[in-house]
Design a protein around this ligand. Structure first.
Ligand SMILES: [Fe+2]
Ligand SMILES: [Fe+2]
Length: 289
């Protein structure tokens, strides 16, 4: 079903070809690429302050510079932990589909995608374990469940795209942030470079899958898809607010703090900001209204 869509789509085929060639040309050995110093300085930002969950809030005003640094350190470990979990999930889904009926055409690209994501998961996990001593547990929640239905592949690839665009918003900014340590910037820069290909592919595939789903779905089903996608975006964004992070940074009442931050006007603005381009894309294709 999917391959029919892609096979007839000259534009998509051209893009797929170009992205695959670029994957081959840009290939690097991640196991040799990074320096991995024994430790990173503690008295500095580990995450751009504007990207931390307390930025601009009353909570941040109550904290010392020391606490803000510590918080940015744990939030950065949480961010890379979310990457590890997100990548594991997307690898499972893409691996389930490669070389199966409907996915013949993108299978060549999937090989690069799977290989690159395996390496991303390695360097993110490495960072967490070396400099944080752990990987934070995966957040739970109903929105993480993928309903089994005819639109499953659309939802799977829309989720992958949303996850990759969310992460990329952070990667692009941290790669360019001179306040951060070189190791942190390099990690973000390399990931951003690979993800620009994955996102370009994801947008094409999601567009093609949705076109097909729209042909055979009623108004109610399309509304349910839109609702699901919106819930998933909110769920993904809220996973940045991890009470265990606040606990590790030594802040009182981590659960209450999380609630306060999620309810703050700064959160709404940050969420809009992070998903600005993603929302525009999803609206333009008609997936969300
Ligand atoms: Fe990745
Ligand atoms: Fe990716």
């Amino acid at each position: 079903m999917v391959s029919d869509v892609i096979e007839q789509d000259e534009r998509f085929l051209g893009i797929l070809d170009r992205l695959t060639t670029k994957s081959v040309d840009d290939y690097y050995n991640p196991y040799k690429l990074f320096e991995w110093p024994d430790s990173l300085p503690e008295r500095m930002w580990w995450m751009s302050p504007e990207l931390t969950t307390t930025y601009g809030t009353e909570v941040a005003e109550r904290l010392s510079q020391e606490q803000l640094y510590a918080l940015s350190r744990y939030e950065s470990i949480n961010f890379y932990s979310l990457n590890v979990h997100g990548i594991r999930e997307l690898l499972i889904e893409v691996t389930r589909r490669i070389h199966t009926s409907g996915f013949e055409t993108p299978s060549e690209f999937f090989h690069h995608f799977i290989g690159e994501e395996n390496e991303h998961m390695w360097f993110f996990a490495e960072f967490c374990l070396r400099y944080g001593g752990k990987i934070y547990r995966q957040p739970g929640g109903a929105a993480a469940e993928i309903p089994r239905s005819g639109v499953e592949s659309l939802l799977v690839f829309a989720r992958i795209l949303i996850f990759e665009e969310l992460v990329d918003h952070f990667n692009a900014r941290m790669a360019a942030d001179e306040r951060l340590d070189g190791t942190i910037r390099a990690l973000n820069r390399i990931h951003h470079q690979d993800e620009s290909r994955h996102i370009a592919f994801g947008r094409e595939l999601v567009t093609a899958l949705f076109r097909k789903v729209r042909e055979s779905s009623g108004e109610q089903e399309l509304k349910e898809i839109a609702d699901y996608i919106r819930r998933y975006m909110t769920f993904s964004f809220e996973s940045l607010y991890n009470p265990q992070v606040y606990r590790d940074a030594g802040l009182a009442d981590p659960i209450g703090l999380r609630r306060e931050l999620l309810d703050s006007p700064q959160r709404a603005e940050a969420e809009r900001n992070v998903f600005r381009k993603t929302s525009r894309f999803l609206e333009k294709t008609g997936i969300i209204r």
